[in-house]
Every structure is written in C-alpha cells, then in structure tokens.
Design a protein around this ligand. Structure first.
Ligand code: HPA
Length: 281
C-alpha cells in the first residue's frame, strides 16, 4: 500500500530536482524494458541522472544494473527515458513505480510510452516481432491502487491504451513498411516463467503476449492522468509453444538481436510525437 504522505515529500523533492536540472518537463516519457536500452543512444543532447538522485524513484537493490533517467531530444521531441523499473516479482509490492510516475506527471509529462519484452502466444508474431498493446489482462488481479483514498481510485480502464497514440504508432509503422499488430498483453507475476497450461488458459482468455511488467505502471499512470501507450517486443514463443526451454538468457539474447530495430522504431515514434497537437498544447 502506498504511504502517500511520505511519498508526496519525495515527489516534491524529485520534481524540484528535475526542474532545476532540466527546466520544463518533456511531453513524452519512455520506460525502457528489456531489449530496449539501445534507444538511449538515439537520444540527442542526452543528460543522465541516476535514480539515486531522485528519492521518489525506485532505488536499485542490485549493484551493476543501470537505473537512471536520460533527458534529451529525438528530432524535435523532448523526451525523458527511464532505464530500470521496479518489478512486482522483486518484492511482492506492485506500487514500486508510483513515485516515479507521479513525479513525471507533476513535472508536466503528458504521455508515458511503455516498452517491454514478452513471450508470444501467437504464431503470427514470432520472436523479434513488435506488438502494439491495445489492452491488457491483469492475471494476478493485483492493483497498486489498493488503499488509495477518493473516488479517483475507480479508474476507467476501458481505453487505458490511448487511441490517438495507438493510431500514431500505426501510422509510423506504415510509413516504415513495418508490420505492427495490435494485441492484448497479459501480466504474469513471475519470476518463474509460465506453465504450458497457464499459457493455454491465457490464450483462451484472448491474450496475445505475456510478460512480468507494464500492467501496474499502466494502472498507476491512468490514475494520475498520464496518457499511456505500450509496445511489446517478442523475445520468445510462450511456454509450450516451442520446443525450446525458456531461460532468461534466451530472452536477453533475442532482445539483443531485435533490440536495434525496436529502438529505431521507438525513436521514429517519439520524433513523430512533436507533430501531435494534443501533446504539444
Ligand atoms: N513470459 C513472461 N515474461 C516474459 C516472457 C515470457 O515468456 N518472455 C519475456 N518476458
């Protein structure tokens, strides 16, 4: 459960620090999931700040992981990228990104672009494919908003993934002759991979991709009024759908193979957001 009183102090301090260092907020924030880190090198005039300087952000528990924000521009669009997210499987707590996302919102960010690595449930999206998230399934039925006060906690999730931003993504994909299917992302708590029986159940529910992130952040972002878009990079066929055993190393390897193309698409998508009037007003 979020301790809003304590968190608010951290958020205020984090917003002050970001404003002091970077001025007004960029309109667009990107959460970089596994396989997407290559996008950092496409940010121009990039300035880096570790999460340890932002008390509302998740504080890294494992040394050696890069946990930082990168602020800069892609084309004409200013952007803040978040490298490193708190996963629910690390601590059972699904509120880990609340402070970071509320800081972004209070700073003035308008849209949150989420990226992740996923297992594919569909033959037409083999490893290496990208999927635009149109909807999600919260399989663990956990919410970061449990204990939140007020009627704002009853968040409408019927179009959690912003229609205009999705249309923008499809347009950019088309202009690059790229296939970008839309589908439903299913959150599985992890950290173990799913069983084949679970994957058959998720497929029957209508899931097209499965992963261990994104959904708590989408809920938190919609609660605080950020517009949300999500892109899933398929790193493997989900459990039982290929002969291969699932390992973290396998998903990282595939993420590395496809990461450059995914990052290039992400950069084009962000650059094009400079022409979306609803983000720039
Ligand atoms: N399942 C859950 N999370 C994942 C997978 C998967 O198959 N691939 C990458 N992240």
């Amino acid at each position: 459960m979020i301790d809003n009183k304590t968190l608010d102090v951290k958020i205020a301090a984090s917003v002050a620090k970001l404003t002091e260092l970077f001025g007004n907020a960029p309109e667009v924030a990107v959460v970089l999931g596994s396989g997407w880190a290559g996008a950092v090198s496409l940010v121009e005039e990039a300035k880096h700040l570790p999460y340890t300087e932002l008390s509302a952000f998740p504080q890294p528990k494992v040394e050696g992981h890069v946990n930082e924000i990168v602020v800069g521009k892609i084309g004409a669009q200013r952007v803040v990228m978040l490298r490193g997210r708190a996963h629910t499987y690390e601590s059972v707590d699904c509120t880990g990104m609340a402070g970071a996302l509320r800081t972004l919102k209070r700073w003035g960010v308008k849209a949150l672009l989420q990226t992740n690595a996923s297992g594919s449930l569909r033959a037409h999206t083999p490893p290496g494919s990208l999927m635009l998230i149109a909807d999600h399934i919260n399989a663990p039925q956990r919410s970061p908003l449990v204990g939140e006060p007020g009627s704002e906690r009853f968040v409408d999730m019927s179009t959690a993934y912003d229609l205009e931003l999705r249309a923008h993504a499809k347009k950019i994909a088309q202009s690059r002759n790229m296939v970008l299917g839309e589908g439903t992302y299913c959150w599985a708590l992890g950290p173990q991979f799913e069983t084949p029986a679970e994957i058959r159940m998720f497929a029957a529910w209508g899931a097209d991709a499965v992963g261990m992130s994104t959904v708590p952040e989408t809920i938190l972002a919609r609660h605080c009024g950020l517009r949300v878009m999500g892109l899933a990079l398929m790193t493997n066929m989900a459990a039982g759908l290929s002969a291969e055993a699932l390992t973290h190393a396998l998903t990282l390897q595939q993420a590395q193979i496809s990461g450059e193309r995914a990052a290039a698409f992400l950069a084009a998508l962000v650059a094009g957001m400079a022409e979306l009037p609803s983000l720039q007003s």
